[in-house]
Design a binder for this molecule. Structure first.
Ligand SMILES: NC(=O)C1=CN([C@@H]2O[C@H](COP(=O)(O)OP(=O)(O)OC[C@H]3O[C@@H](n4cnc5c(N)ncnc54)[C@H](O)[C@@H]3O)[C@@H](O)[C@H]2O)[C@@H](O)CC1
Ligand SMILES: Nc1ncnc2c1ncn2[C@@H]1O[C@H](COP(=O)(O)OP(=O)(O)O)[C@@H](O)[C@H]1O
Ligand SMILES: [K+]
Length: 514
C-alpha cells in the first residue's frame, strides 16, 4: 500500500531512521542527490550528450543540501555546473553545510538573488530547484519570487526544470501554492519532480500535479514507517470484484431514485453503472409522470413507481433492496421528501447531487439522520453547501504552511457527518468517520481529464451503490468506485461521454482479472 507522508510524518520517518542508527542524515542526503541525478538522466538520457549544463538553485535548509550533492555528482560526470545559494552558508544545517563545503572544493557558490543571472542558452540544460522542500512555511516573497520570475520571463527554451522533493512554493501537505502577503503566489514550475522515500499529499492534491510535471519517488533507504493517520494513495480497487457463483439475489439489489419527467437520465446512468459493477438486480424508483420515459429506455433494469415518502417506505419493506442511491437528477423538492425516509430505512445509502444540495439551508438536519453505512459524494460546490466553514478554509490564499488540505477537509467532514465522504475532483479524497482517508488522484500516468463531462458523477454514485449492494462497506465501496471510474475513463479516452463509462466496465474488470 502506498502512503502519502506529510512534512511532519516525513521528518518523523527520517528521525526514526537516524535514531535507530540505520542511517545518518548525511547518507540520506547523499542518496537523495543520487536519486535526483539518476531520475534526471533517465528522463532525459540525451542530456548526457548535449550541453551538460546545470544551474542549481540552493535554499537555506536541507533541500539546499540536496542541491549541493546534485551539483557535485553532475560535476563528476563532467557537467558544467553553476550553483547559487540563497542565504548565508555559515547558517546552513550541518548536513547541508558538509555538502556545501564538499561542493565548494570543486566549484563556486554564487549568491541569490543574482547579481547577474545565468543565461539559459547554448542548447539543452537543466535548472535544478533545491530552494525549499518540506520545510517551506511561507510563500516565496520579494526575495525569492523574482529569481523564478526572471527564468520564466527569459523562457526555458531547451532547458528542463527539475524540482528537488517539491517545487519551491508548493505546500507539501496541501498541494496549494503558498501566498506571500498580497503578492501573487509564486512557485517553481517543474518538468520533473523527484521526491524521496514516499510521495507527499501535495504531489497529488490541488495544484500539485500541475506544477510538479512528472513525479518520481526514489528510495533513500529509510524503513517503511507506519503512520496510522497517513493518507493512502489509491492504486488498486482494494476489493475482490469477481463473482463466485451464487444467485442474483446473492449479489444484492440496488434501488436508484429517479427524478421526474425529462430528468431521468442521471438516475438511469447511475442504475446502469450499478448493474454493470455487478449488483444482482437494480430497480429505478420513478414518479408516475416519468414512467413512460424510463420504460422506453430500459431493459435489464427494473422500474417501480415511487411518488411519495410513504411509497418509498413501503417499497423498502422488501429487505432484499439492500442499497439505495438518491441524488442524480432527483430534484430538490423530491430529495427533501425522500432522503429522510431512505435514511430511516437504514440501508447502505449513497447521497449525491440534489440529495446533498437539498440540505444546504440545514446541514445539521442531514447529519443527524445519516448513519455509518452512508456515503456522501459532493463535488466542490456541494461540499461548500454542507460544510461552508471547511470550504472557506480551502479557498483563498494560503498564508502559512503546512496548509489545510482537501484531506483535512474530507476528514473533518466525515467526522461531522458520521459517514464516509467522497470529495470529488481530479484529486478525489475519501474519508471515513474514524479518520481513515485515501486520495485517488487522476494525475500523472492516470490523468483522466475527459471525466470532466456531464453525468460522470452520476455514474460514480451508481458504481458506489452497486458495490454497496454487493456487500462492500461504505468506505471500501467509495474507494473502489473512484478507482474503477477513472479506469473506465482511461479505457475510453478522448471523446468520452458519461454513457460510455458503464460500457467500459467489462473491459476494466477483465483487465483486473475479476
Ligand atoms: N526528511 C528526510 O528524510 C530528508 C530530507 N531531505 C531534504 O530536506 C528537505 C527538508 O529540509 P528542511 O527541513 O531543512 O527544509 P527546507 O530546506 O525545505 O527549508 C527550510 C528553510 O527554509 C526557510 N524558509 C521556509 N520558507 C521560506 C520562505 N518562504 N522564504 C525564505 N526562507 C524560507 C526556513 O526558515 C528554513 O531555513 C526535504 O525537502 C529534502 O529535500 C533529504 O536530504 C533527504 C532526507
Ligand atoms: N479533470 C478531471 N480529471 C479527473 N476526474 C475528473 C475531472 N473533473 C471531474 N472529474 C470527475 O468526474 C466526476 C464529475 O462529477 P460531478 O461534478 O458530480 O458531475 P455531474 O454532476 O455532471 O455528473 C467526479 O467523479 C470527478 O471526480
Ligand atoms: K525544491
Amino acid at each position: 500500500m502506498s502512503v502519502l507522508l506529510t512534512a511532519a510524518q516525513m521528518r518523523a520517518a527520517e528521525h526514526a531512521g537516524m535514531a535507530s542508527g540505520a542511517v545518518s542524515g548525511a547518507e540520506l542526503m547523499e542518496r537523495a542527490g543520487q536519486g535526483v541525478v539518476a531520475a534526471l538522466l533517465k528522463t532525459w538520457p540525451n542530456s548526457e550528450v548535449a550541453a551538460r549544463r546545470a544551474i542549481v538553485l540552493c535554499g537555506p535548509g536541507n533541500n539546499g543540501g540536496d542541491g549541493f550533492v546534485i551539483a557535485r555528482l553532475l560535476h563528476q560526470r563532467d557537467w558544467q555546473v553553476e550553483l547559487f545559494l540563497l542565504g548565508d552558508s555559515s547558517r546552513l544545517p550541518a548536513d547541508a553545510r558538509l555538502n556545501h563545503d564538499r561542493w565548494n572544493a570543486l566549484g563556486k557558490v554564487g549568491a541569490l538573488p543574482f547579481d547577474a543571472p545565468p543565461r539559459l542558452s547554448g542548447g539543452e540544460g537543466v535548472v535544478i530547484d533545491a530552494l525549499f522542500g518540506t520545510g517551506l512555511t511561507r510563500g516565496l516573497g520579494a526575495e525569492v519570487a523574482p529569481i523564478l520570475a526572471r527564468f520564466e520571463a527569459a523562457g526555458y527554451a531547451d532547458w528542463h526544470r527539475v524540482a528537488v522533493d517539491l517545487p519551491s512554493g508548493l505546500c507539501a501537505d496541501s498541494g496549494r501554492v503558498l501566498a506571500a502577503g498580497d503578492s501573487p503566489a509564486a512557485v517553481f514550475r517543474a518538468d520533473l519532480t523527484v521526491s524521496f522515500h514516499s510521495a507527499k499529499p501535495g504531489h497529488f492534491l490541488a495544484q500539485g500535479p500541475e506544477v510538479c510535471g512528472a513525479l518520481e519517488v526514489v528510495d533513500i533507504g529509510l524503513a517503511a514507517a507506519s503512520f496510522a493517520e497517513a493518507a493512502e494513495l489509491v492504486t488498486d480497487p482494494g476489493l475482490p470484484l469477481g463473482k463466485r457463483g451464487g444467485h442474483k439475489f446473492d449479489h444484492g439489489h440496488a434501488l436508484i431514485l429517479s427524478g421526474g419527467f425529462g430528468r431521468t437520465g442521471a438516475a438511469r446512468l447511475a442504475a446502469r453503472a450499478a448493474l454493470r459493477i455487478g449488483a444482482g438486480l437494480v430497480t429505478l424508483a420513478v414518479p408516475g409522470a416519468a414512467q413512460m420515459e424510463v420504460a422506453a429506455q430500459i431493459t435489464a433494469l427494473m422500474m417501480r413507481r415511487v411518488e411519495t415518502a410513504e411509497a418509498l417506505a413501503q417499497l423498502l419493506e422488501d429487505r432484499r433492496l439492500n442499497a439505495v442511491c438518491l441524488g442524480p437528477g432527483l430534484g430538490i423538492e423530491r430529495a427533501r421528501m425522500l432522503v429522510p425516509e431512505a435514511l430511516r430505512a437504514g440501508r447502505a445509502t449513497v447521497l449525491d447531487a440534489d440529495a446533498l444540495s437539498a440540505f444546504a439551508g440545514d446541514p445539521e438536519a442531514l447529519f443527524t439522520a445519516l448513519h455509518a453505512d452512508c456515503v456522501l459524494t459532493p463535488h466542490g460546490g456541494e461540499f461548500a453547501r454542507l460544510f461552508p466553514d471547511l470550504a472557506r478554509h480551502l479557498a483563498g490564499p494560503l498564508q502559512s504552511g503546512p496548509g489545510f488540505s482537501r484531506i483535512d477537509a474530507a476528514r473533518a467532514a466525515a467526522a461531522r457527518a458520521g459517514c464516509t465522504v467522497l470529495l470529488k475532483g481530479p484529486d478525489t479524497v475519501i474519508a471515513a468517520p474514524d479518520g481513515t482517508v485515501c486520495v485517488h488522484a487522476a494525475a500523472y500516468g492516470r490523468a483522466a481529464p475527459w471525466l470532466a463531462t456531464a453525468g460522470a458523477g452520476d455514474v460514480l454514485a451508481g458504481l458506489i451503490c452497486g458495490l454497496l449492494a454487493r456487500g462492500a462497506g461504505a468506505y471500501q465501496a467509495a474507494r473502489a468506485a473512484a478507482f474503477l471510474h477513472v479506469e473506465a475513463a482511461r479505457c475510453i479516452g478522448p471523446g468520452l461521454i458519461a454513457e460510455d463509462l458503464p460500457e467500459a466496465l467489462p473491459a476494466v474488470l477483465r483487465g483486473l482479472g475479476a
